[in-house]
Design a protein around this ligand. Structure first.
Ligand code: NAP
Length: 279
């Protein structure tokens, strides 16, 4: 039996149509959903990511405000900027593009973002709330993955879920979201021993490691749900997907799986934040 393809490209397209309609309704009420993007310095990859987010806002009828700061910006200067955006009632979401230059205390700046505008799900408070099952905007990549899992009605209760990677934006929140859906979660990282053995026992695997094809297809158990969050210039992810259609129960293709859901989730969360201003 061939595996189900978890088609993030298609789901994000369908979602985009519904977001556009909701944006129009809000705009008619006098509220234009607005995302402020902050880019510090001129890292080419970050510039591209921010541009993509701004273009997606425009496509959906949302507004984006681009804040570009020089690479020698200090923590204090960035905190001041964030505070002014927090206080601006016409801004519904704030995105601070990661990574910031090394002289900046990134964690302090993330945590300065008002919880109600943390549509990228980067604050400790948002993470804590989400982990405790209290409403919060999720970090966009894992939240997008959960939307895919739910859209395809995959019952993950009691499954042995293995997340490879523990970054603050991906691996850690992913693990908590899977736990909240009653999976039994193992988190692997660079010091984990016997990764291959742990993965071979997984009913659900999330590759969030940042190394092309790190997880080999012959480590994956028959009928496993395979989620690949990685994306590399050679157009592959963190999992070797060769022959996966004959092994997995369901899998995310690369590209066209997790990636489109990430940006769509950012837009959706910005829209929700704007809708909340109407009460
Ligand atoms: P990251 O911050 O570099 O974290 C990588 C994680 O993998 C770390 O926790 C690290 O462990 C672990 N790791 C590294 N080498 C390992 C090894 N040999 N064995 C086991 N674990 C190892 O990366 P990230 O930001 O989470 O991103 C991970 C991947 O997702 C990347 O491919 C990135 O491009 C992709 N990504 C995609 C999207 C999207 O929208 N599709 C968004 C974000 C990220 P330690 O903690 O021990 O160092």
């Amino acid at each position: 039996m061939s595996a189900t393809i978890l088609d993030g490209k298609n789901l994000s397209k369908v979602s985009e149509e519904s977001i556009k309609k909701r944006v129009e309704i809000l705009s008619n009420e006098g509220v234009k959903p607005t995302l402020a993007t902050i880019l510090v310095g001129n890292d080419p990859a970050s510039e591209t990511y921010v541009k993509m987010k701004q273009n997606t806002c425009a496509r959906m009828g949302m507004k984006s405000i681009a804040i570009e700061l020089p690479k020698d910006t200090s923590t204090e200067e960035l905190l001041k900027k964030i505070e002014s955006l927090n206080n601006d009632k016409n801004i519904h979401g704030i995105l601070l593009q990661h990574p910031v230059p090394s002289q900046i205390d990134e964690r302090k700046c993330f945590d300065a973002i008002d919880i109600n505008k943390d549509v990228d799900g980067v604050t400790c408070l948002g993470f804590g709330n989400m982990s405790m099952g209290i409403e919060a905007y999720g970090s966009c990549t894992p939240a997008g993955i959960i939307r895919l899992i739910e859209h395809y009605n995959l019952d993950i209760q009691g499954l042995n879920a293995v997340v490879v990677g523990r970054s603050p934006i991906l691996g850690k929140p992913m693990a908590m979201m899977l736990l909240n859906l009653n999976a039994t979660v193992t988190i692997c990282h660079s010091r984990t021993k016997n990764i291959e053995k742990i993965i071979k026992d997984a009913d659900l695997i999330v590759g969030a490691v940042g190394i092309p094809k790190f997880i080999k297809s012959d480590w994956i158990k028959q009928n496993c749900i395979v989620i690949d969050a990685g994306y590399h210039p050679e157009k592959c992810g963190d999992i070797d997907l060769n022959g996966i259609e004959n092994i997995a129960k369901a899998y995310t293709p690369v590209p066209g799986g997790v990636g489109p859901m990430t940006i769509n989730t950012l837009m959706l969360q910005t829209l929700i934040s704007a809708e909340k201003t109407l009460g």
